[in-house]
Every structure is written in structure tokens, then in C-alpha cells.
Design a protein around this ligand. Structure first.
Ligand SMILES: Cc1cc2nc3c(=O)[nH]c(=O)nc-3n(C[C@H](O)[C@H](O)[C@H](O)COP(=O)(O)O)c2cc1C
Length: 198
């Protein structure tokens, strides 16, 4: 089980694409979308129409395969499985991660399910992968990244490579999603390894 958390930063499409790829791989996914994350999905992905649920959104995007493997939890719901160390998730990926959520993760201020899940990941020695989205960075952001990494987080800034000659925004998004799948040790065909001919 992988937890995919979408917080209120630009680029929720990265989290959505990660969920789609994990479902393609027949993985169980638990998703959490913050309140502002939902607003930004409406603005950036849904052309200003209302967010109802991730399942609904994926269906609108034409994804139907293995959609039953996706569960969505409210960010305010501490009765959800990942709020407890007894739940058996393998990794939490916060993608995109706002600087506010990063700061809460770095300081253990677990007042929502996304931050609590990262807190649980640290204490139970599970993986916590963070995709911090802000630019330029101030020193508080950098210090919070350092603090989270000391606690065990892996930091994957959404910085594309250009050696793959991306032609569309989808190509850029898939580069980041490919990197995340590589880190998670999953098979992916979004990003070829350097030197391969495919
Ligand atoms: C359209 C929009 C885009 C935003 N983009 C970012 C961003 O890229 N990075 C960031 O740190 N905050 C961004 N913010 C501000 C955060 O949403 C705000 O700090 C919020 O409190 C984050 O809460 P959350 O992490 O619990 O979702 C954005 C806000 C809006 C409305």
C-alpha cells in the first residue's frame, strides 16, 4: 500500500499521474488531498469545475482500470488507517508538498492526516518521499527540507531533466513521476535509463 498525499501546492497533476501509474501496476493506493489541494486541482486540472473525489476525477480522465484499488481519506480524519503505526503502508509520497505542509512535517506538527502519516512513517521507519514545490526557496524552506531529511525523508524536487527532450507538459510531469516510481522500486516506462536505446 502506497499513500499518495496531495497538498496545496502548484502541480497536483504530479500526484494524480503517480496514482494513475500505481493503479496501472495494480498497487493499492490510499490518497489524501488537503483542502487547498482540492482548490488547486479545480484551478489547474479541472478547468474550474468542482472537485468531488479522486475516483470521479480519474474517471473524467478516462481511467477505469483497477480504480477499485484506490481509497481516498479526508485530511481531517485521524481514524484513517495511516494515522496509526499499526497500519501497514510501505511509503507515503507527498506530491506536491507545499512549504506549509513541509514545515509541519519537519516539526512534527501533526494536525492533519497528511502530516500525521509522515510522522508515522518516520517513527515506524517507513519511507516518506517529499516533492517540495516552491521557487525561489527561502532559508526556512531549505532548513525544513534538511530537518525532514534528518528524520528520514527523501526529497525529490520537481526539477525536470532536459536530456530527454520533453515536448509537452505531460512529458515533464512524467519525468518526475518516473523518478518517483524508480525510487519506489516499481517498474516504469515513463523515463528510460540513461544510455538505453528505447
Ligand atoms: C493556486 C495556489 C497555488 C499555490 N502554490 C503553492 C506552491 O506551489 N507552493 C507552496 O508552498 N504554497 C503554495 N500555495 C499556498 C498554499 O496552498 C498554502 O500555504 C496552504 O496553507 C497550504 O496548505 P496545505 O499544505 O495544508 O494544503 C498555493 C496556493 C494557491 C491558492
Amino acid at each position: 500500500m502506497i499513500i499518495v498525499a496531495i497538498s496545496g501546492a502548484s502541480g497536483p497533476i504530479m500526484g494524480i499521474r503517480l496514482i494513475e501509474e500505481l493503479l496501472n501496476l495494480e498497487e493499492e493506493v490510499a490518497a489524501i488531498v488537503s483542502k487547498t489541494g482540492r482548490k488547486i486541482i479545480e484551478h489547474e486540472v479541472l478547468n474550474n469545475s468542482a472537485y468531488t473525489s479522486l475516483k470521479d476525477l480519474l474517471e473524467k480522465r478516462g481511467v477505469t482500470r483497477k480504480i477499485g484499488l484506490l481509497k481516498e481519506y479526508e485530511n481531517s480524519d485521524f481514524f484513517s488507517p495511516s494515522a496509526s503505526g499499526s497500519s501497514e503502508f510501505e511509503a507515503v509520497v507527498v506530491v506536491p508538498c507545499s512549504m506549509k505542509t513541509l514545515s509541519a512535517i519537519a516539526s512534527g506538527y501533526a494536525d492533519n492526516l497528511i502530516v500525521r502519516t509522515c510522522d508515522v512513517a518516520f517513527k515506524e521507519k517507513r519511507r516518506c518521499i517529499i516533492v517540495p514545490r516552491e521557487t525561489p526557496l527561502n532559508l526556512i524552506h531549505v532548513e525544513n527540507m534538511r530537518k525532514a531529511m534528518v528524520a528520514g525523508a527523501e526529497m525529490v524536487p520537481p526539477v525536470p531533466g532536459f536530456y530527454t527532450h520533453p515536448e509537452t507538459i505531460d512529458d515533464v510531469v512524467d519525468f518526475i513521476v518516473g523518478k518517483l516510481l524508480n525510487l519506489l522500486g516499481r517498474k516504469q516506462s515513463l523515463l528510460n535509463s540513461w544510455g538505453s536505446s528505447e
